[in-house]
Design a protein around this ligand. Structure first.
Ligand SMILES: NC(=O)c1ccc[n+]([C@@H]2O[C@H](COP(=O)([O-])OP(=O)(O)OC[C@H]3O[C@@H](n4cnc5c(N)ncnc54)[C@H](O)[C@@H]3O)[C@@H](O)[C@H]2O)c1
Length: 496
């Protein structure tokens, strides 16, 4: 029996043996005749939210079918949606509002059956495309590669089923060149196999900066978009579709001349962010050596509009995108466009960022000495504040290194109850954890709960302990208050 576990709730679901869902899809569509059908391929952090944005479109009533795979890691998302529970936890009230609205209208169905693409007017590709990295135990990147097999298979499942006048909109972050060199030939070859017209389908690429967290929905609906089509009619069709889901009174649509350009824009945008973080890493070390507070320095510099996005120091870069996108770009440069060299600065920036948790550990040992007999509490395992996403979280490396000393580990996160990558439970009873008087508290994610006055009060009332803030969550006033009782160190804040 194949099973799929919902990591948010630990619920276990049996994966159906019969993967023919066509009767369910036809029944769903019979209740929405006359509506355009949008199929969203991939029900992850982007696709699940994109699906409910489409189900609550601004200028059109769509019937939305989300498609994911029926395997042990993903089937629970399909089951969860059809059972009326959204598969992600995020601190944005609009998520439940949009999902509840879709449930009330009954215009959102999830399935594992690619037959859904047969009915779709518009297919949005929101699947993952991973980079395989080889690094040493310090996080130093030794090599990387991009295996396109799963991506090609996913596009093939669209080509095998879609209508000949479908609009395919790729939102997956792809190596620049992918729509032209990978997606287009697959779609055309599959249409040709079915003797369908090759001049009616429309294809393009568009990207957003989906920001899981308190503005999750608006990061799709009210955020500037860049798009391009493989030809003029494709670009026009994408523009018309985007205008039905994005509030263009609040944000701008920008058309670029070629899908190569939008694909490059996406990875350049993320690479710029990743480089900005990597750049501040060495300054963080310098600040610690010089005994100065890099947060205060960055704040002083950020007051000038020209430097307002200089990054703060921190525990490292996590999440699915910044840890891979510069590498996707570099890989494409060599594999699709024949360049001899990598995007060297971008690649080395990823490597620097991957080493940040190792620096965080070294600094911890430097400041606090031997922690092998300590009970160590981590406040936050997610890579980002107010989000339950542990993919490539830098906390992972730090936890492993602290555990390696022999210290006992206690993990807390309000958004993660089970840490898939570490295969362990994560606690949510923060007050109790602090009351249990751990010897070391590491602040490792910027969740709002950790900034609350109640938690500060609990920390002030607890037995003297060591507090290590790796993300600059504590302000000066809080540090000063805590230092009256505890030993406090903040990564990047020099001597304090
Ligand atoms: N997470 C973000 O904030 C963000 C922002 C912008 C862009 N992106 C990009 O969007 C894409 C998706 O990211 P994500 O965070 O949602 O990833 P994810 O891993 O959370 O979700 C991807 C989903 O696609 C599914 N999938 C894979 N192959 C499939 C197939 N053949 N058919 C149907 N479903 C399939 C997977 O099972 C998974 O559920 C990535 O390219 C990412 O880089 C992500």
């Amino acid at each position: 029996m194949a099973i799929s576990v919902n990591t948010l709730t630990q619920e276990i679901h049996e994966i159906p043996n019969n993967l023919d869902d066509s009767a369910v899809i036809e029944d769903f569509l019979s209740r929405h005749s006359g509506k355009k059908v949008v199929a969203v391929q991939g029900l992850g952090f982007v696709g699940a939210v994109m699906s409910i944005v489409c189900a609550n479109a601004i200028g059109e009533e769509y019937a939305v079918i989300g498609v994911d795979l029926a395997n042990e890691n993903t089937y629970w998302k399909i089951k969860s949606i059809n059972d009326g529970a959204f598969p992600l936890i995020a601190d944005d009230p609009k998520i439940s509002e949009f999902f509840d609205n879709a449930l009330a209208k009954g215009n959102f169905l999830a399935t594992y059956d690619p037959v859904a693409y047969q009915y779709a007017d518009i297919i949005i590709v929101d699947i993952n495309l991973d980079v395989q990295k080889e690094s040493d135990d310090k996080g130093d990147l030794k090599s990387f590669d991009v295996n396109l097999d799963s991506f090609k298979k996913a596009i093939q499942s669209i080509g095998e089923n879609c209508q000949d006048d479908v609009l395919v909109l790729v939102e997956t972050t792809v190596p620049p060149g992918a729509c032209e060199q990978i997606v287009k030939p697959i779609i055309e070859s599959e249409l040709a196999k079915r003797d369908l017209a090759l001049d009616k389908y429309r294809l393009g690429h568009s990207y957003e900066r989906v920001m899981p967290g308190p503005d999750y929905i608006n990061s799709i609906r009210e955020f500037p978009r860049v798009y391009a089509g493989v030809n003029q009619i494709s670009a026009d069709a994408i523009e018309n579709f985007l205008k039905t889901i994005i509030d263009i009174s609040k944000c701008k649509l920008t058309r670029l001349e070629h899908t190569n350009a939008t694909e490059m824009a996406k990875v350049l945008e993320n690479s710029y962010r990743a480089m900005n973080i990597a750049f501040v890493v060495e300054w963080s070390r310098f600040a610690e050596e010089a005994g100065v507070d890099l947060y205060a320095i960055v704040n002083a510099i950020r007051a000038r509009p020209t430097h307002a996005n200089l990054m703060y120091p921190g525990i490292g870069v996590g999440g699915y995108c910044l840890t891979k996108d510069p590498l996707l770009a570099s890989w494409a440069r060599k594999s699709f466009f024949g360049a001899e060299f990598d995007l060297e600065i971008s690649v080395s920036g990823v490597s620097k960022n991957d080493q940040m948790p190792v620096f965080a550990f070294n600094r911890l040992v430097e400041v606090f000495g031997d922690i092998s007999n300590n009970r160590v509490v981590f406040l936050g395992v997610s890579y980002r504040g107010d989000v339950g996403d542990t993919r490539f979280t830098p906390v992972d490396t730090l936890v492993r290194m602290v555990r390696g000393t022999g210290a006992e580990i206690v993990l807390h996160d309000p958004f993660v109850s089970y840490w898939e990558e570490q295969k362990c439970a994560v606690r949510s009873d923060l007050a109790e954890i602090i009351e249990s008087n751990p010897e070391l508290i590491i602040i490792s994610a910027g969740h709002s709960e950790y900034k609350s006055p109640e938690i500060m009060q609990k920390l002030l009332e607890s037995e003297p302990t060591k507090i290590y803030d790796t993300i600059g969550l504590l302000n000066y006033e809080q540090i000063a208050m805590l230092q009256e009782k505890h030993i406090v160190s903040v990564l990047g804040r020099g001597d304090i």
